[in-house]
Design a protein around this ligand. Structure first.
Ligand SMILES: [Zn+2]
Length: 170
């Protein structure tokens, strides 16, 4: 996904110490993400940015709601999300940290970081493995079909068909 301009943080002018930043993930973010599992949503991201002479540490806390497909009835499901992610940046050069996924090395003349990708990663990690409506919240039409399928006579079960085929041969 392309980084969004509003997630650019100019750190060069910041004093050492903690800085509180706030972002909102809305339609523009979900459109840019173009993630087929995420149909939209609204999230607030609080970022604590700790600037040191050598390191920038961004602690993200994302809270909100995302629109997913229900695993059971496939109807839209607005699911709460609450996730955290830490992204560390080293300010003194790229080379030393090549191959380390957890630390991003910045060139000495870099003056800004881009938080779109850490936010997206934070959101992905916050998604539940199983996504279903609360009890009684599924599409009743789909529930009725699934209940009907569960009640299907055993004759349609392939194991029974195999057994019956054996019986027929006798
Ligand atoms: Zn459902």
């Amino acid at each position: 996904m392309d980084a969004l301009k509003e997630h650019t943080v100019e750190f060069a002018g910041l004093k050492d110490g903690l800085h509180d930043l706030h972002f909102t993930l809305d339609d523009a973010f979900f459109a840019a993400a173009a993630d087929e599992e995420l149909h939209g949503g609204s999230c607030a991201v609080a970022v604590k940015l700790d600037k040191n002479p050598n390191l920038l540490v961004a602690d993200l806390h994302l809270v909100g709601s995302v629109r997913l497909d229900c695993d059971h009835c496939n109807a839209p499901l607005d699911h709460p999300v609450d996730g955290r992610l830490r992204q560390v940046y080293h300010l003194n050069g790229r080379q030393r940290f090549d191959g380390d996924d957890d630390v991003i090395g910045l060139d000495p003349d870099d003056h800004a970081i881009q938080l779109t990708h850490p936010m997206y990663e934070c959101l992905r990690l916050a998604l539940p493995a199983r996504r279903v409506h609360p009890p009684g919240g599924c599409d009743p039409a789909v529930d009725a079909i699934l209940d009907h399928q569960r009640g299907t006579p055993a004759g349609n079960d392939p194991r029974w068909s195999a057994l019956n085929a054996l019986k027929d041969k006798r």
